[in-house]
Design a binder for this molecule. Structure first.
Ligand code: ASP
Length: 355
């Protein structure tokens, strides 16, 4: 990968006490309007012109830009490997990392990075904006400045938030618990099943009990092998066995996140269960997550989910769809046997599920 590296030359550079590597992947934050009024990525070397106050921060900032910044709707496994690789390669040189990323798939990328970067003991803060940095009322400035502060925040010389997070509109959320819930307002992300890790107001209020503790005995490992032979199947009243069987017949398909109703309920009709059973017998893993943003799957609570349990559907408990589908991709890439994938699905790899 051919990165573009920009070291921001700030006047106070020599006296900086901490350092952050910004990874600019694209998204609205780093865009500007061109002559035709369309949003295009701007040259990140000009960031100081957009946010002059950055030079007064007591932080040495380096920016690595994707050669071709992307709209995050185009994010792929290759981009995830690149992000993880950049962090891994530069891990010892910085106090923390800020990933500038489009909001559309930020929760997927933050989930995936939380699995790939095992043994992480430094902050990796994803952020972005609903309006480009050059727009008058942009949320980019506040999101970026606070993310930089969080990425370097320490107590007793140890990072306060040594995990992969999303900071957006005053809230710091665990990355693999977050969901994009708004496409217009500034409060774009929510984490219904896990408390915020911090809230920023006049001060940044860290909720230390919710933050994953530092595991200083662990070394960072970049687990980059992934497998995308997976899919999400969202139930809807009216779904037929024809549709389900067609999905399960996809060549090479290994895992399906089944988005069910409420606390993990599905039709209890015979054809439905038989279709699932056939897929499971073929070796396809079916992981049950709820269509609701909050709460959890409890297979067996209602009659309509009892049978899912008996045909071998795995409960995704309180995982988000974003955390579940990336976890499947990660585990199919990493584990050797189906049994290993199945057992690891139910235990937290990076705090994504309440066991
Ligand atoms: N479509 C944009 C993206 O996700 C939206 C954003 O940046 O928030 O890249």
């Amino acid at each position: 990968m051919n990165y573009k590296i920009v070291r921001l030359n700030t006047s106070l550079r020599t006296s900086k006490t901490s350092s952050v590597l910004i990874i600019y992947t694209g998204g609205t934050l780093g865009m500007a309007y061109d002559d035709s009024g369309a949003l295009v990525p701007f040259n990140f070397g000009q960031i100081l012109e957009k946010i002059p106050i950055l030079s007064n921060m007591n932080i040495a900032i380096t920016v690595i830009s994707f050669p071709e910044p992307i709209d995050s709707s185009n994010v792929s496994m290759k981009h995830w490997s690149d992000m993880a690789y950049i962090i891994y390669e530069n891990y010892d040189s910085y106090d923390g990392f800020v990933v500038l990323h489009g909001t559309d798939t930020m929760a997927y990328s933050a989930s995936m990075l939380s699995y790939m970067l095992q043994g992480l003991n430094k902050p990796v803060i994803f952020t972005g904006a609903q309006l480009p940095i050059s727009a008058m009322r942009s949320d980019a400035r506040e999101n970026l400045m606070t993310s930089l502060e969080i990425a370097t925040a320490k107590i007793n010389d140890e990072p306060i938030v040594p995990e992969v997070c999303i900071f957006f509109n005053h809230m710091l959320l665990r990355g693999n618990r977050a969901k994009k819930v708004q496409s217009v307002h500034f409060d774009a992300f929510e984490s219904e099943n896990y408390p915020p890790l911090a809230e920023s107001g006049i001060v940044i209020d860290y909720h230390t009990a919710a933050i994953r503790p530092l595991e200083s005995n662990k070394k960072l490992v970049n687990r980059s092998k992934l497998d995308n032979n997976v899919m999400v199947l969202k139930l809807f009243p009216g779904i037929t066995d024809k549709i389900m069987d067609a999905c399960f017949a996809i060549e090479g398909l290994k895992g399906v996140v089944l988005e069910t109703y409420g606390s993990g309920n599905s039709p209890s009709e015979k054809w439905f269960m038989q279709s699932l059973e056939r897929a499971i017998k073929k070796g396809i893993i079916i992981l049950n997550v709820s269509q609701c943003n909050g709460g959890r799957v409890i297979q067996g609570r209602y009659e309509t989910s009892k049978e899912l349990l008996s045909v071998g559907v795995i409960s995704g408990a309180d995982m988000t769809t974003e955390a579940a589908i990336t976890k499947l991709m990660f585990l199919f890439g990493q584990e050797k046997t189906l049994e290993d994938v199945k057992s690891k699905l139910m235990i937290p790899l990076a705090g994504e599920i309440t066991a």
